[in-house]
Design a protein. Structure first.
Ligand code: CP3
Length: 361
């Protein structure tokens, strides 16, 4: 039996010619689009492609709390593969959650169904920040194990590792749970900037290590989810957030880096400036306009409104073709939704959409 070394996307050319990875992975449409190289078809994957919209996911998760599932490699592997099998998407996203590394360093939190992450002891002062110790690879052995197993199972389909960005994680930690306006978060940002930057520093170290663990285990790309950063004005993003996200992108080398947030129309240029190779765009800004805002040297990912999938197929088709048409204005385009798949989405619509993107010219 051959034991194949686990390659990183950029190291496949160092592998022997007979190695199966050498042929497939680096040439995948997804990685090529991220690098702004010509592609045989527009690659497509979906945020939250694994999740409550899939009956097989509901079955696998029966009676198992979300965070327990994330810490169980067999479940992570199975759930990550489910949408790849069903849709034939061009990339898998590691099944986990942005709060997993925080729980791994001892933060008392849970994911409440229908609510999201809830933190028992919200961070409001220096004492709370000091408790955020650095993450070590040994804190997340189940992540390493599951990524390695997935890379073996996926063959030429790239695996995307991910983490939450410091602002979005900070918001959960400060507010204690999901928040509409991020009031307390901004209160710390504006009112106690030294404390704020100390918190962002700690979170940056944790996020960086968490991404490195996934890349070291074989993830071919990473996505940084700054889902709620659209709440911040551009000048404030530059002052309070960009230095930290920049350090994350500078610290992850050798794989394409995707940067995503919701409601970031006014921030798109800055999200690119922070150092990502690919900027994720929600449905509010058309991709041709997003390409202008982001500027040269970046690929784009997006941006069909996930709610469109709840409409009849004819509407989905028209809107998807429009996304593809405008996406041609970008130097590289990875088709995706503008945010995660809604739980009420009919999986058959996603299957048809995947086929449409693959067959479109
Ligand atoms: O995209 C994928 O398929 C990979 C899996 C993934 C999950 N969470 C699984 C999950 C990813 C990439 C995330 C990231 C995440 N988690 C983000 C950033 C992405 C985004 O949506 O903006 C955020 C903000 C969170 C925090 C979080 N965790 C929320 C808001 C929720 C939903 C709460 C709910 O029940 O509506 C979760 C839980 C969660 N994470 C679920 C899944 C599949 C639902 C758990 C369940 O099945 O009950």
């Amino acid at each position: 039996m051959h034991i194949f070394p686990t390659p990183r996307a950029d190291s496949v050319t160092d592998l022997p010619a007979w190695h199966p990875w050498r042929v497939n992975l680096a040439d995948s449409a997804f990685l090529r689009a991220c690098r702004r190289q010509p592609v045989p078809h527009t690659p497509v994957w979906y945020m939250r492609q694994a999740g409550r919209s899939l009956p097989e996911y509901m079955k696998a998760r029966e009676g198992v709390p979300m965070l327990t599932a994330c810490e169980t490699p067999d479940m992570v592997v199975e759930i990550t593969l489910q949408p790849v099998r069903r849709y034939g998407v061009d990339a898998a996203i590691f099944f986990s959650d942005i709060v997993v590394p925080l729980k791994a360093i001892g933060v008392d939190l849970d994911i409440k169904p229908g609510v999201g992450p809830v933190v028992a002891d919200p961070i409001r002062d220096a004492r709370g920040i000091d408790a955020l110790r650095p993450l070590e690879p040994g804190d997340v052995p189940y992540v390493t194990e599951a990524v390695r197993a997935l890379v073996g199972e996926l063959g030429g389909t790239p695996l995307i590792g991910f983490a939450g960005a410091p602002f979005t994680l900070g918001s959960y930690l400060i507010e204690g749970g999901p928040s509409k306006n991020h009031d307390r978060t901004k209160a710390m940002m504006y009112g106690e900037p030294a404390l704020w930057h100390a918190l962002m520093e700690r979170l940056t170290d944790i996020v960086l290590e968490h991404l490195r663990v996934q890349v070291a285990a074989g993830a071919s790309a990473v996505q940084l989810f700054d889902s709620w950063v659209g709440a911040v004005a551009p000048d404030d993003y530059r002052e309070f957030i960009l230095p930290h996200t920049r350090r994350i992108f500078e610290g992850v080398e050798g794989v394409p880096r995707i940067h995503f947030g919701v409601g970031t129309g006014e921030l798109l240029g800055l999200l690119g400036e922070a150092g990502a190779d690919v900027v994720g765009v929600d449905w509010r800004v058309p991709l041709d306009e997003a390409a202008r805002r982001v500027g040269p040297g970046k690929a784009l990912q997006g941006n069909l409104d996930p709610a469109v999938l709840l409409a009849p197929w004819e509407v989905v088709e028209r809107k998807a073709r429009e996304v593809l048409r405008r996406g041609r204005e970008a130097e590289g385009h990875v088709f995706n939704l503008g945010h995660g798949v809604l739980p009420s989405t009919d999986p058959d619509q996603l299957k048809r959409l995947t086929d449409l993107v693959h067959e479109a010219h």
